[in-house]
Design a protein around this ligand. Structure first.
Ligand code: ADP
Length: 244
């Protein structure tokens, strides 16, 4: 669905932030990017979104006319003067379509916020705000999601719940996506493939072969999950020793 070939990018300094990056995402696949702070994860998402232009290489999309992209950031970034429903309707309005209120209410229902449509963001908990942010990202029916540390500010119990919510939504809606996280555990649990990034380039890939028919708690303690975490950790450690 997405194919990035030989991508280089620099913000203007001598050394490139992204160097010879090759990355692809297949239809229905969720790919995680893990790496230390400053290695270029958010820059990759901006390149994918078309907010930045690569200085070399190309970003290809399968779809003619390009993808329909939805965004979820760590900061839910809701408009405090608008109700939950109005916030969720925003991408639909920005794409100049008429919001179908029944459809939007169904999204709120799916993220566990049925009955919250008239509330204002200031009256919601951190987890509820993030649920609104997910419903907003999905409201214009995207086929590709960009997720930049979406749950980084939440406690672990909430994080687990929202991880499972997102996986359920992916299964039922079939979108693909790129997911940036600092957490090896979250990457191993969420992703079909995990790319380990160091200094703007992919240094390794891990495929966590979790048995998705098991309960979440069983998946999170399975030997496949622990093996994936260990492999991601080893690739990160290897990169650190090269840096030193
Ligand atoms: P990550 O998401 O992995 O933490 P970023 O993609 O945000 O990394 O940043 C990669 C590098 O690019 C860092 O060295 C950062 O300081 C630099 N950088 C990020 N945004 C800008 C910008 N707008 N202008 C100049 N340098 C930037």
């Amino acid at each position: 669905m997405l194919n990035m070939q030989g991508i280089g990018f620099s913000y203007g300094g001598d050394t490139g932030v992204i160097q010879d990056l090759n990355l692809n995402v297949q239809q229905g696949e969720l790919v995680a990017i893990v790496g230390p702070s400053g290695c270029g994860k958010s820059t990759i998402l901006r390149l994918v979104a078309g907010l930045l232009k690569p200085t070399s290489g190309e970003v290809f999309w399968d779809q003619s006319g390009g993808p329909q992209i939805g965004f979820v950031f760590q900061d839910a970034a809701l408009m405090p003067w608008k109700t939950v429903l109005e916030n969720v309707a925003l991408p639909v309005k920005l794409s100049r379509q008429r919001p179908d209120m029944c459809h939007l209410m169904a999204y709120l229902e799916q993220v566990g916020l049925g009955g919250f449509e008239a509330r204002y963001p200031g009256t919601l908990s951190g987890g509820q705000k993030m649920r609104v942010s997910i419903a907003r990202a999905l409201s214009a029916n995207p086929n590709f999601l960009l997720l930049d540390e979406p749950f980084g500010a939440l406690d672990e119990i909430l994080r687990f719940k929202l991880n499972d919510l997102l996986l359920d939504l992916k299964t039922s809606q079939g979108w693909s996506g790129l997911f940036v996280t600092h957490s090896l555990y979250e990457a191993a649990y969420m992703a079909d493939r995990v790319l380990v990034l160091q200094n703007g380039t992919v240094v390794g890939m891990v495929i966590p072969e979790l048995n998705r028919s098991l309960r979440p708690s069983e998946q999170r303690t399975s030997k496949e999950f622990l093996a994936a975490v260990a492999q991601i950790g080893a690739l990160l450690e290897e990169g650190e020793s090269h840096d030193a």
